[in-house]
Design a protein around this ligand. Structure first.
Ligand SMILES: Nc1ncnc2c1ncn2[C@@H]1O[C@H](COP(=O)(O)OP(=O)(O)OP(=O)(O)O)[C@@H](O)[C@H]1O
Ligand SMILES: [Mg+2]
Length: 288
């Protein structure tokens, strides 16, 4: 598997030279393989949004470098415009950026900007609409007549329509009701599975990413707290709790049971894994 993203010693300071100077991202180095689904989690203010905006060329690092497909994107010879087509970023509350008269036109905005002709744009719009569960009838409607969840899906489709090699989503499920959240997250998971593209999903909530992510990056105070396979990150559930992160409910349950000498195992973060842990306990007992 090739390397999609490499960050080398990446830092960003805001308000340099003022009393408000802050190291929002501090010496971050990591590699992300092509086709990976990385869940990026951390507290509010831990530097998640700053980090991902440096990856698509929106925020210039104070120090360090970002390589996309081996190319240093802040090199003078590189067009940041091209990088932004390659690395699609869906902002937090992305529906606020909808502005066209119809859903179709909104999704078409990105591909048009890429200089594609009407026929190619049409193909891209229909491709992205299908992925995000937007039917022909909805394409004709005004984006402002839609529900919050539907608007969010339109905004996501607008970025997917540019067919970026890397898709980065900043809190794509924030502010939606539970049904809307699940739907958006499931659609993103399906997109990842079907397209094989690299996906980074930023969230406060570990519960959002555990079912989907192949890797998890935990940010804490601008630094990498840990970055590893999802399984391995959750074997540290207790440390994650210690830095004040909300671990999944089922992980809390497994930790609580340990106090009663019931050990379901170290990496319980889905109900499926908890069930397996219980089954292992009972089969071990039978052997005794
Ligand atoms: N434009 C800005 N000017 C000054 N400081 C900023 C700016 N944007 C962010 N910060 C500060 O940088 C730090 C990191 O912010 P960032 O938005 O990257 O965190 P985050 O992890 O995305 O948080 P959240 O979960 O709330 O979205 C915070 O302390 C924040 O207050
Ligand atoms: Mg943020």
């Amino acid at each position: 598997m090739g390397l999609a993203i490499e960050l080398k010693n990446l830092s960003h300071k805001y308000s340099i030279g003022t009393p408000f100077e802050i190291n929002a991202v501090d010496s971050v180095s990591l590699k992300i393989n092509q086709g990976e689904f990385v869940g990026v989690i951390g507290h509010t203010g831990s530097g998640k949004s700053t980090l991902i905006q440096m990856i698509n060329g929106l925020i210039k690092p104070s120090e360090g470098a970002v390589f996309i497909d081996g190319v240093n994107i802040y090199d003078k010879a590189v067009s940041l415009r091209d990088i932004r087509f390659k690395v699609g970023l869906v902002f937090q509350y992305s529906e606020h950026q909808l502005f066209e008269e119809t859903v179709y036109k909104d999704i078409a905005f990105g591909p048009k900007n890429m200089g594609l002709n009407d026929n190619e744009v049409d193909k891209k719009v229909r491709y992205a609409a299908k992925i995000m569960g937007i039917d022909d009838e909805m394409l004709k409607r005004s984006p402002f007549d839609l529900s919050g969840g539907q608007m969010r899906r339109v905004a996501l489709a607008g970025v997917i329509a540019m067919e970026p090699q890397i898709l980065i989503l900043d809190e794509p499920a924030a502010g939606l009701d539970p049904k809307g959240r699940r739907k958006v997250l499931e659609l993103i998971k399906d997109y990842h599975e079907n397209s094989g593209k690299t996906v980074l999903l930023v969230s406060h909530s570990m519960e959002d990413v555990v079912d989907y992510a192949t890797k998890v990056l935990v940010m804490n105070k601008g630094r990498v707290f840990c970055y590893d396979d999802t399984d391995k990150v959750f074997s540290k559930a207790q440390q994650l709790q210690e830095i004040g992160l909300d671990i999944p409910q089922i992980s809390r349950f497994a930790l609580a049971l340990k106090k009663y000498d019931v050990d379901l195992g170290n990496n319980i973060y889905t109900v499926k894994k908890a069930v397996q842990g219980v089954l292992n306990l009972t089969t071990n007992k039978e052997k005794l």
